[in-house]
Design a protein around this ligand. Sequence first.
Ligand SMILES: Nc1ncnc2c1ncn2[C@@H]1O[C@H](COP(=O)(O)OP(=O)(O)O)[C@@H](O)[C@H]1O
Ligand SMILES: [Mg+2]
Length: 186
Amino acid sequence: MHATLCDLITDLVQNAFEADATEIKLNVEETEKNLKVVIQDNGKGMSAETLEKAKDPFWSDGRKHRHRNVGLGLPFLFQTSEMTNGRVEIDSQEGLGTTVTFHFDPTHVDLPVFGNFTTAAITLMTYGFKGNLTIERSRNGMRYTLSRNELADALGDLNDLESLTLLKAFVESNEEELNHNDSDIL
Ligand SMILES: Nc1ncnc2c1ncn2[C@@H]1O[C@H](COP(=O)(O)OP(=O)(O)O)[C@@H](O)[C@H]1O
Ligand SMILES: [Mg+2]
């Protein structure tokens, strides 16, 4: 289903888009001992009953996908967490929004590979979404922030080929700096 953790993160942020959020914050913090991800949105939220059902892979609210009625995002999150002794917290209030937080052990052998964060960030930043998305990313103490509103102010339409090229180069250079810092430590 999901090849990487970045695919999972992309899916969970897409849930926030689909919940009609106008403000979304994604925080991805990696250290050697812990991967912490927080996805906070001000969308429609879930009732306790919906949240319970959402853990079931054979349930989806039936409105989003014309060709499938099976949810992937939350069940995969819970399954991965169970398999790797991770921790998931979902705090959701109808009409107010949802915060999904998870902690995974990056050294656990059953944890899917992290994947390509640049691709995930670009997919999310160029999604047809009218609100603001802020991405905070840190790795072993190095950090950077991306704000969709600020990027759109600086680059114009983010789906435009020229903006897309600049956006990709910008995110890639930020990611390289985080990884470069790793090799300094080792
Ligand atoms: N951030 C969110 N805000 C509101 N509802 C959500 C959110 N995330 C998930 N849900 C609800 O949980 C259901 C299951 O989500 P998910 O497992 O990603 O499957 P899918 O998106 O394919 O339906 C969604 O259909 C939606 O009703
Ligand atoms: Mg989903």
